[in-house]
Design a protein around this ligand. Structure first.
Ligand code: UDP
Length: 325
């Protein structure tokens, strides 16, 4: 089996590439390094079944060749991170929509199974205890840049479903909830790598808002295994699946847990949203997935709990800090 992974030098993409290689697949990665980093795939570079191209998915001619020589395509190349999205909405919208259009069109032409990575952001401001795939999607107004990310991913989802319905393209969509693990960068706003780094450096741990907002965090290894199973499962084609963890934690409690686990001297501070992002920024109070659909189809369940995930991330960060010193 040969996989093409777009965005394969990113956090999730590089873990996916690694997992596929371990399963005996050949893996080709395309990444423009806009948010990914070559250091994420440096350990794979010498692997005999691994290759990579540093270019954009928007390079349609190149993509035609890459899709042609792959058996399956995992499309992960996208704008990521709330901070980046509010700062660069043009780039976000164009990247998310144009790249997915190209991937779906070429996969359809070559009839290659494709997995499109979407996001729990599409649920927007929906106020429910748990989000199910068929729930309404409730976005904020176009005056708030944050929602352009969800809107662009919703178009990607519609397009994937349309290709399945009209052209019988074997396409599956996954809505990823907050995914964490080694190699995730805090640079684009993600909370766990930021808190861990702040704690290890005894810098203030920055809670945005009052910290009562809740999230559920999933181990990247659990997420990529689900992706690999789903793309090979004909029953998944044309469908959308939540992938996440069923336990949630408030951001305040997350800050305390990180502080405890790192034995940090950091103080915990509260930063108003308008300072952290931009005036009028809207956050979501809760975001917990209903995972019964993916559980039923492939028996998915998250294996790691938060303290164990944090423990591994802290160890990873400690090693990095030591190596850099
Ligand atoms: N957050 C925080 N401090 C930070 C970074 C993020 O309190 O330094 C909050 C953020 O406002 C959100 C939650 O942590 O409520 C998760 O943020 P992240 O960007 O990781 O994911 P998302 O907002 O997409 O769930």
């Amino acid at each position: 089996m040969r996989a093409l992974v777009t965005g394969g030098a990113g956090f999730i993409g590089s873990h996916l590439a690694e997992a596929l290689l371990e399963l005996g697949w050949s893996v080709e990665v395309i990444d423009d390094l806009s948010t990914g980093g070559i250091e994420n795939i440096v350990s794979l570079k010498d692997h005999p079944r691994f290759s990579y191209v540093l270019d954009s998915v928007r390079n349609r001619r190149l993509m035609l060749e890459l899709v042609d020589r792959a058996d399956m395509v995992f499309h992960l190349a996208a704008a990521v991170g709330v901070r980046l999205i509010v700062e660069q909405p043009v780039w976000t919208i164009e990247t998310n929509i144009k790249c997915t259009e190209i991937v779906l069109e070429l996969c359809s032409r070559k009839h290659k199974p494709v997995l499109i990575a979407s996001t729990s952001e599409v649920y927007g401001k929906l106020n429910r205890a748990k989000f199910s795939e068929d729930d309404n999607l409730v976005l904020g107004p176009t005056s708030k840049a944050r929602w352009c990310y969800a809107a662009s991913k919703i178009i990607d989802e519609f397009l994937a479903k349309a290709y399945y319905a009209e052209k019988k393209l074997p396409a599956v969509v996954v809505r990823l909830f907050n995914t964490i693990g080694p190699r995730q960068s805090g640079e684009y706003g993600m909370v766990v790598p930021r808190f861990v780094q702040q704690a290890l450096e005894n810098q203030p741990i920055t809670i945005y808002g009052d910290g009562s907002q809740r999230r559920s965090f999933t181990w990247v290894g659990d997420v990529v295994q689900a992706m690999i199973t789903l793309i090979q499962q004909p029953g998944a084609y044309g469908e959308v699946f939540n992938i996440g963890h069923t336990k949630e934690i408030s951001i305040y409690n997350l800050a305390s847990l990180v502080k405890d686990l790192t034995l940090s001297q950091s103080e915990v501070i509260f930063v108003p949203y308008e300072e952290a992002y931009q005036p009028g920024f809207e956050d979501m109070g809760r975001r917990l997935p209903d995972i019964s659909k993916v559980q039923k189809l492939i028996g998915y369940r998250p294996n790691l709990d938060l303290p164990e995930m944090l423990h591994r991330i802290i160890e990873y960060q400690r090693t990095r800090i030591k190596a850099a010193a």
